[in-house]
Design a protein around this ligand. Structure first.
Ligand SMILES: O=P(O)(O)OC[C@H]1O[C@H](OP(=O)(O)OP(=O)(O)O)[C@H](O)[C@@H]1O
Ligand SMILES: Nc1ncnc2[nH]cnc12
Length: 182
């Protein structure tokens, strides 16, 4: 069997984007390589596919790229989480703290069934605010977050510890690539 590709090799780091001090981990270089993108989705499916989930829940925009591909691969549904004013039917929302100010994400109120097992997927875990907001909306619908997956985790920001703190869930949390320094 061929050995798995080293996915970290396909991520480009751009210093001081979008502002000074941020080392931006650019996934576009991985996306543009067919075998690397496929390997990424295959690895996520291997880590999360056994959890019996029936939906993948993802936030725009970068999360959609990976979430839609994983949902297709696993043959399960895809639920979009969007910024305000984008979803047409009744929504639930969570407002969460950013480094400066706040942000709000929405999900359709009827997107998940009570007791449904779901996976949350995103390209990157930084402070954990985005993913935590998604988990809160899943719990508001009485669904069960069974897995949380990331392509990239920025270990130094400690997002993993904040993800489920105080929430009534204990999903499997896994990331394909870890950066120990920001
Ligand atoms: O762990 P956190 O501190 O919440 O950061 C991680 C989030 O930040 C990025 O999204 P961004 O909000 O930049 O939006 P985009 O996908 O539209 O680029 C990334 O795609 C994650 O969703
Ligand atoms: N360092 C980083 N690189 C890419 N996306 C991010 N989102 C939050 N922090 C990021």
């Amino acid at each position: 069997m061929a050995s798995p590709l080293d996915l970290a090799h396909y991520i480009r780091s751009i210093p001081d984007f979008p502002k000074k001090g941020i080392n931006f981990r650019d996934i576009t270089t991985l996306l543009s390589d067919g075998p690397a993108f496929r390997e990424c989705i295959d690895q996520l499916a291997a880590k999360l596919g056994h959890l019996g989930a029936t939906k993948v829940v993802c936030a725009e925009a970068r999360g959609f790229i990976f979430g839609a591909a994983l949902a297709y691969k696993l043959g399960i549904g895809f639920v979009p989480v969007r910024k305000p004013g984008k979803l047409p039917a009744r929504t639930i929302s969570v407002t969460y703290a950013l480094e400066y100010g706040t942000d709000t994400l929405h999900m359709h109120a009827d997107a998940l069934a009570a007791g449904e097992r779901v996976i949350v997927l995103d390209d990157l875990l930084a402070t954990g605010g985005t993913c935590r907001a998604i988990l809160q909306m899943i719990l508001m619908q009485h669904a069960i977050p069974v897995g949380v997956g990331f392509l990239i985790e920025l270990d130094a920001l400690g997002g993993r510890a904040k993800l489920i703190e105080g929430l009534a869930c204990s999903p499997l949390i896994d990331s394909l690539i870890h950066y120990t320094s920001e």
